[in-house]
Ligand binder design. Structure first.
Ligand SMILES: [Zn+2]
Length: 124
């Protein structure tokens, strides 16, 4: 999970944040530098002065801060994803041949089997 600790100098008036105590999004309305506090306004109009470490940045527009990287195959914006959301092009898998699905299923079954056996033997 995202757990950025904000300091007063990270905060700006008008910035959108999430108040960690109740999980509610809020807008920073004022900075109280002398007190080391920020004043939040919630969607219901309630205002609260809190320490900056009690909030975390809220990305209203998803992807705005992500670096833009066009897909070499179709040109769609891939952000920082390894797989293109539009055409399915994958950077890491492009050169190497993909392992067949049955192999993954086999590996998962072996792992689950080992865990079950370990639990069963450990319970005795
Ligand atoms: Zn693509």
């Amino acid at each position: 999970m995202y757990d950025a600790r904000m300091e007063l100098f990270d905060c700006a008036v008008g910035q959108r944040v999430r108040y960690k105590e109740n999980g509610q999004p809020a807008t920073i309305k004022q900075l109280w530098r002398a007190q080391g506090q920020i004043e939040l306004e919630f969607a219901n109009g309630q205002r609260l002065r809190v320490a900056p470490r009690l909030v975390e940045p809220l990305d209203d527009a998803v992807g705005v801060r992500k670096p833009k990287r066009p897909c070499p195959q179709c040109g769609a914006d891939m952000g920082d994803a390894a797989r293109c959301p539009t055409c399915g092009f994958e950077y890491r898998q492009a050169k190497t041949k993909r392992a067949p699905v049955w192999l993954w299923v086999l590996v998962i079954l072996i792992v689950i089997g080992a865990l079950v056996a370990w639990k069963f033997l450990g319970a005795r």
